[in-house]
Design a protein around this ligand. Sequence first.
Ligand code: HEM
Length: 620
Amino acid sequence: MVPYLTLAFAAIVIAYVGHTYRCFQINLAAAKKSGIPYVCMPVYTFNTVWLVTHTLWMPFVERLPRSWTEEWIDLLIPEFLWKKKHELFKKYNSDILIIVSPGANTLYVADADVNSQITARRNDFPKPVWMYKGVDVYGKNVVSTEGANWRHHRKITSPPFTEKNNVLVWQESLRQAESMMAGWTTKETEVSSPVWTVATEAMRLSLHVISRAGFGVGLFWPHEKSDTKIPPGHKMSYKSALETLLENLIIMILTPQWLLKYSPLKMHKVAYQAFCEWGQYMREMYNDKRAEVKSGSSRDGMDLMGALVKGAGITEESLKDPEKGGSQLLTDDEILGNAFVFILAGHETAANTIHFSVLFLAMHMKSQKRLQEDLDSILGDRPASEWDYDRDMPRLFGSMCGAVMNEELRILPPVIGIPKTTPKDQPQGLIYEGRNVTVPGSCYINLATAATHRNPKYWPHTSEEDLVDFRPERWLLDPSKENGNTDANAYEEEEGLDFDGPDKRPDTAASLFRPQKGAYVPFSEGYRSCLGRRFAQVEILAVIAVIFKTWTVELDVSQFMSDEEFKTASQEKRQEAWEKANARAKDLLENGMMTIITLQMRKGKVPFRFVKRGCERFKA
Ligand code: HEM
């Protein structure tokens, strides 16, 4: 019996090795034909088994002779794209590169022209939708669909993203930012206590903004009022259901729903309860909208749920007489799926940008000072309640405030690799540096945003190190050189989204440096570019303006010098402590970042102090 089992096992292993070798040969032959430089690997880094077990194997791989492994060993780590950035391309002296493995060929791109060609040819380079299954927890949506189905979702979800509705985003962001600051400081504060929670509170702020501006649901800060009331029929408040769901999203994504439902594990029970509760709240909102439509009343504002209900073809007539109404254009699950994806796509990305802008500015006090001077000249002494969207927003967008946001998104784009693919058996031609190349069929593609953003071909820089550094001033144009556009007409270009065409709006204000098309892609480009780009920009600029108009953000040095010591320390000693805090922050930015849904600091936190302007403790 045993020899049979051994034989069967040996046969399976031999068949597996043979199959793997054959797949590798096929992929290698396709890469050789492509005309694109390639590097070979023994495993596909994003194979699920490898992803889960790679830390077990890596110590063995590291013991193999270096001459065997040096080409590919670094590429076995799932975070390699972030670790390597543009170095990966520099090594092969090419801004497009295929990584060949038995599991798949993947084309990595850090070339602006190639990025643009790929994003402009939606049908030739579709999204690998299976990678987005995780965002389908409630149903299919505009992020996770392709082809005609996606067009349908995009057509229905685009209308609320208008300039008119961005005014609401602006107002809500100003209000939320003031509230966030009130949680850390008072009117009398000169120097706040150490604040460790900027990342989590920025997340909360963004969630409040999308919830209120997008869905009309007001959420509150703990110091404002309690919103933990649980309505009849529920076991959790809206806020705690949503927060718990988002905190446990990875569990939701990785565990099949039937298992979640019956699993005795506490983490599964918590995640499943939040999933059911939030779903129930959204279904109630959906039913309220249907009732509104039926009664003929409508609501002002962004009203994303209202737009989904109307877009789905639910009308007064169809509800009163279902016979006449025809079929519903989005299923109930898809309506919920889209509502959820707006919350998901709309909060973490913007929150990261706010958090890291604060961090970079605390590390670059000179840039912070310049930002504050620009804020003073744009906003004067007016309180935030008097800031005006039409007047102030374009000027913020075109000032150091816009430069800070752009530079933060250049260095740390929340999505560091935008996935695309080529259809099975349909190789696709591209032009790279004036010559024709062919991307094999069934090839994964990764538009490497962080690498493109560091490609010296496209960016004003003083040295290669300068490109790695946060220097928002690189976006400020020499005022003596005319840029051809005024802020006013640049703003008009931003108006209106053509749901069915590629997004042609420029990413930055006319008064700032405008990178070549395809070189700056934090929001992607073309047909599938970010629907909420303007929403996010408005929110981020409003929040930065509120914080830095009144406060200077400093790195907290209390890990290196106690408050008592600080009081009596010389300026030189204080500066030494600051350098240590700065080195720690740099190390976390270099080694503590990881992508789960978006790129975040996951291996530590940086504490800050909010200091009333004029009471700064460190030299700019
Ligand atoms: C700094 C903030 C943001 C960044 C950097 C960002 C980035 C992106 C990127 C790179 C994509 C393309 C993803 C892909 O192709 O896989 C995308 C798509 C999308 N984003 Fe954003 N996003 C931000 C904020 C927002 C906000 C605030 C919303 C909504 C309120 C939003 C809604 C969407 C939607 C619906 C899509 C899918 C569009 C489509 O496929 O047609 N995003 N975003």
